[in-house]
Design a protein around this ligand. Structure first.
Ligand code: 6PG
Length: 238
């Protein structure tokens, strides 16, 4: 596990964007699972504004680690946010965009997306579809992707995708499972804000109820786990 701590959210976005540009430049084809949330939004803005010349998006295939079960035009849609802040501003072939179809019936979509991952992604040694990079956020309840503490068993599913339910809103989500996340070549967390400071401390220092938080289960077999944090979220671990 590596920690990269920057003072501000903007610096986290710059650090991650530089990291991503180097990773993409080193590969012919890159399969990346994106996250929703406010921190990725800042990264997408940074990539669109300052990394147009640094990244050959034709080599990149974009997927999502989770999606809300809403139309792609809905303000809650992770895909819609990504189109607004990134996809609409870069030269990426539309056939390289592999969205979770939130408008579909959730159980059907979980199966469809699992098949898409199985068809599209290189396989790990164990035959599990393996992303080059999974980008994750972490909720202040310790959830990641859309695996929430009250449904932590979904993390251990033998399936590649599961249907989850947000604990407060009841909104259904389609999420990749721990099986997919921990078979990725690289996993990065993008976590910022003082509201994350306690969970970051508990998870990284394995304190308190850390095992109840899905984010604590992120441990890629490859060993390549990097936390990109701002000073506020990292205040108790540095
Ligand atoms: C989602 C995200 C979710 C997000 C966390 C952190 O669909 O809501 O995938 O897992 O990463 O809630 O969100 P922030 O970055 O906004 O804190």
């Amino acid at each position: 596990m590596k920690l990269k701590v920057a003072q501000t959210k903007q610096e986290v976005a710059l650090n991650f964007s530089r990291y991503l540009a180097i990773l993409i430049a080193a590969r012919e084809e890159v399969h990346i699972a994106l996250s929703g949330g406010s921190t990725p939004k800042i990264v997408f803005e940074e990539l669109a504004a300052n990394f147009q010349e640094d990244i050959d998006w034709k080599a990149v295939h974009l997927y999502w680690g989770d999606e809300r079960c809403v139309d792609p035009t809905d303000d809650d849609s992770n895909y819609k946010m990504t189109v607004e802040y990134l996809i609409s501003k870069i030269e990426i072939p539309k056939e390289n965009i592999h969205r979770i179809k939130g408008e579909n019936e959730p159980d059907y979509e979980a199966k469809r997306y699992a098949e898409l991952l199985d068809d599209n992604l290189p396989k790990s040694d164990g035959g599990v579809p393996s992303f080059d990079l999974v980008i994750l956020g972490m909720g202040d309840d310790g959830h990641t992707a859309s695996i929430f503490p009250h449904e932590i068993d979904l993390w251990h599913s033998d399936k590649l995708c599961e249907v989850a339910v947000h604990p407060d809103s009841g909104q259904q989500r389609v999420s990749i499972t721990g099986k997919v996340i921990n078979h990725a070549q690289i996993v990065t967390f993008l976590v910022t804000g003082e509201n994350k400071v306690d969970k970051v401390d508990e998870i990284i220092n394995k304190k308190g109820d850390f095992e109840k938080y899905p984010a604590s289960l992120v441990a890629p077999n490859s060993g390549n786990l990097i936390w990109f944090l701002d000073a506020a979220a990292a205040a108790k671990i540095t």
